[in-house]
Write a protein that binds this ligand. Structure first.
Ligand SMILES: [Zn+2]
Length: 310
């Protein structure tokens, strides 16, 4: 089954947002009938048979919240690959383009709500079944759904850090600074991406002003791990330790194409810890999996709710 996640997500500033967000939710609800009972049953027994889970989530977990994922069913890019750390720090034009698109996409990203997949994982934790939830997402939706034992492997978009003095500030506050320097840019047509980036049409980025750090004038960067950057060691070590305390690993909505997520599946396999994955498309770890559920995350996990939460 192939999803065209972006089809319903062409977000137009103004009145477009509610329609496109709604269509994404409708799509998720429509998919709820698409998860075969046999696969749900297999996932149920997998979870029932393993008391403590390390959960790893990716972009597919948030598509039901209107945040599109990066990859198609074959693991290829659906849109232009994300900005790399090297390009962001090395090229002023790339930073202008990044922040211009981020300014336009932020309001939609910030308005996204947790979906049934987030809720089911929070319920699983409340039932004492989750050792740790490691997410590759930067949207904060697991925490908003009530999950507490969460490691944001790739950081969080709700903060901005200064590469000069290390100052860390709220992204919402930086939005005001961006808008003040670039009036009207929030009303441009945008299509959001999983990292809060957005596609703008016919934009002339050359005129865009990127405010520097208010303390030192240094370069500001969203507090997320960019492509080409490594996940911070402390977070990786926390996840590895939790994996070794777990009976099984559950991957939700990640193709594991990026090494930072794939390594946990490989470590689990090496340690004899079984791995199950819920993902619509191919994953890089398919040959390592004890169970593969080809289904939308929200429909597969909400089908579990109430049956495996004891
Ligand atoms: Zn600074």
């Amino acid at each position: 089954m192939q999803r065209t996640a972006e089809a319903g997500l062409h977000i137009t500033a103004g009145d477009g947002i509610s329609l496109s967000m709604q269509s994404a939710l409708d799509e998720t609800l429509a998919l709820a009938g698409d998860c075969p009972e046999a696969e749900v049953a297999a996932l149920e027994s997998f979870i029932a048979g393993h008391r403590r889970l390390l959960v790893l989530t990716g972009a597919g977990c948030s598509t039901g919240s209107g945040i599109p994922d990066y990859r198609d069913a074959e693991g290829g890019w659906k849109r232009t690959p994300p900005v790399t750390y090297q390009a962001f720090t090395g090229e002023a034009a790339t930073r202008r383009r990044y922040w211009a698109r981020s300014l336009a996409g932020w309001q939609y990203f910030a308005a996204a709500q947790p979906n049934a997949a987030h809720a089911a994982l929070a319920a699983l934790e409340a039932a004492g079944r989750v050792e740790l939830l490691v997410t590759q997402n930067v949207d904060g939706l697991h925490q908003r759904a009530g999950s507490r034992a969460v490691v944001d492997l790739h950081g969080s978009l709700d903060a901005v850090v200064c590469l000069g003095c290390g100052d860390r500030r709220d992204r919402a506050g930086f939005q005001a600074a961006l808008l003040e320097a670039n009036p009207g840019w929030d009303r441009r047509v945008a299509r959001i991406a999983p990292d809060g980036d957005a596609d703008l049409e016919d934009a002339d980025y050359a005129s865009f002003q990127v405010p520097g750090c208010p303390h030192c004038g240094g370069m500001l960067k969203p507090d997320v791990v960019f492509f080409g950057e490594s996940a911070p060691r402390a977070r990786v070590e926390q996840a590895v330790a939790a994996l070794h305390r777990s009976d099984a690993m559950l991957v939700v909505g990640s193709s594991l194409m990026v090494y930072s997520g794939f390594r946990f599946a490989r470590m689990a396999a090496e340690a004899g810890i079984p791995v199950a994955a819920v993902n619509l498309g191919r994953t890089r770890a398919d040959e390592l999996l004890a169970l593969k559920v080809r289904a939308d995350c929200a429909s597969a996990l909400s089908a579990l709710a109430g049956t495996t939460m004891q």
